[in-house]
Write a new protein. Structure first.
Length: 155
């Protein structure tokens, strides 16, 4: 299984990165190591950059106003469960209060026979690099590190 996503960044005084927190009951009380870049599953035959842009729009509720050619390749990582995640970075701004994530349905409570809908993403927030490294899925810290190296090399 492969996912693709975008690590959005902005540079007010120092770089900040936009992370999202997964929705649903499993993630409700998890914080450190639970956040992620906006990402989702690559469909068969889909261009990975197009997937990353689509998933960002679905999870944030707003289509990114960036061209696919402007995406900065951050490479791939393998998460603990085996999922491959490929990411790009893009400079932009997003108001976390404007979050309007798509939803998913699942049986809740377990074995109740009742389906409930939950947002795929329940929060979005801007973090500086150090806090982003603490909040993000441990495998995805490589994206934060790679972006910081790129930003530092750009002066």
């Amino acid at each position: 299984m492969q996912s693709t996503g975008i690590l959005f960044f902005r540079k007010p005084a120092s770089p900040e990165m936009l992370l999202v927190h997964p929705g649903g009951p499993f993630w409700a009380n998890k914080d450190l190591g639970a956040w992620s870049i906006p990402k989702g599953e690559l469909e068969e035959g889909e261009d990975p950059r197009d997937c990353a842009l689509r998933e960002a729009a679905e999870e944030l509720g707003t289509p990114p106003t960036i061209e696919r050619e402007a995406l900065i390749d951050l490479g791939e990582v393998r998460q603990k469960g085996g999922k491959q995640v490929r990411a790009w970075a893009a400079q932009g701004d997003f108001d976390p209060a404007a979050l309007r994530s798509n939803v998913f349905a699942m049986e809740w409570p377990p074995r109740s026979g009742r389906k409930r809908e939950f947002p795929e993403v329940d929060r979005a927030e801007w973090f500086g690099p150090e806090e982003a490294r603490r909040k993000i899925n441990p495998a995805q810290t490589a994206f934060v590190d790679r972006l910081c190296r790129i930003l530092n090399s750009d002066g």
